[in-house]
Design a protein around this ligand. Sequence first.
Ligand SMILES: Cc1cc2nc3c(=O)[nH]c(=O)nc-3n(C[C@H](O)[C@H](O)[C@H](O)COP(=O)(O)O)c2cc1C
Length: 283
Amino acid sequence: MMQIAIDKDKCIACGRCVDICPANIFSKEDGKITLQYEDSCIGCGHCVSVCPQDIISHSLFPIEKQHKFSYGDYPSPEAMMTLIKARRSNRAMSKTPIPEDMLKMIVEAAYLSPTATNSQNLEFTLITDAEKIRQVTSFTITTFYNLRKKLANAVLAPITKRLMPKVYAMVPMLDRLKAEFENGNDKVMRDATAMLIISAPKGDRFGTENANLSYQNASLMAESLGVAHFYTGFVLSATRLKKGKLEKELGVKGTMCAGMALGMPKFKYLKYTDRKEINYTKL
Ligand SMILES: Cc1cc2nc3c(=O)[nH]c(=O)nc-3n(C[C@H](O)[C@H](O)[C@H](O)COP(=O)(O)O)c2cc1C
């Protein structure tokens, strides 16, 4: 159980802990801060971070787990916007391995994302073994090719064509992917030298949301490091068709909820292009 305490003699009852706590375990009564329902604490550390007197002690956040920082060290809003605008899904990757310290920073960024009720229960699997990356593509192509065979079955084809035209339209693309792979061209993982798999406990209510926020952290970090990356959505779709199979083959814990292909870029982008006009509703 978590141990939380307030040094009442030094508390100035500013109420910041009351305002900030997501679990509402602090309250202000008669000008004094009281602590109740400690069991509901989700271990986010906000109370410790905002206390101007440094008088909240929390068993999860001893002094060595508290870090002073300066807002001045943030990237400027303009720098942040440039990063957001220029970040691309870069599929042109060289064979040069990604330096270990860069991979570490990307995984760390992924790990430092918000999670529902601060569960921090995502699992991260970093694959750098070329044979295992090939295995990911092989699994993906085999899974989709099995589906393709069903779709193109003489009896089913007229029905799938009519009921699932978008799925049926994938048949030629799946044929091309398979043929390319057999010729040594991987169009699923491209020339990725690494893959980051983000998985969540089976059945977790917010597994997908947590994983995608984590992905976005990792994506922005990869971009700022100059590491090419893209979302491996095709692989993810295959894992949903054959539930648990790829995870078992690779020894990944839980259910894969997001995946990132990574590699050093073959070349740099020279410009960014506009997206569609922003269309949002203001209420
Ligand atoms: C959920 C999701 C799945 C994706 N799946 C793939 C994929 O399987 N392969 C791929 O090369 N890119 C994939 N992408 C990347 C998109 O194609 C890309 O984000 C989009 O074209 C916009 O380009 P940008 O990321 O360079 O801005 C995926 C992106 C998302 C968000």
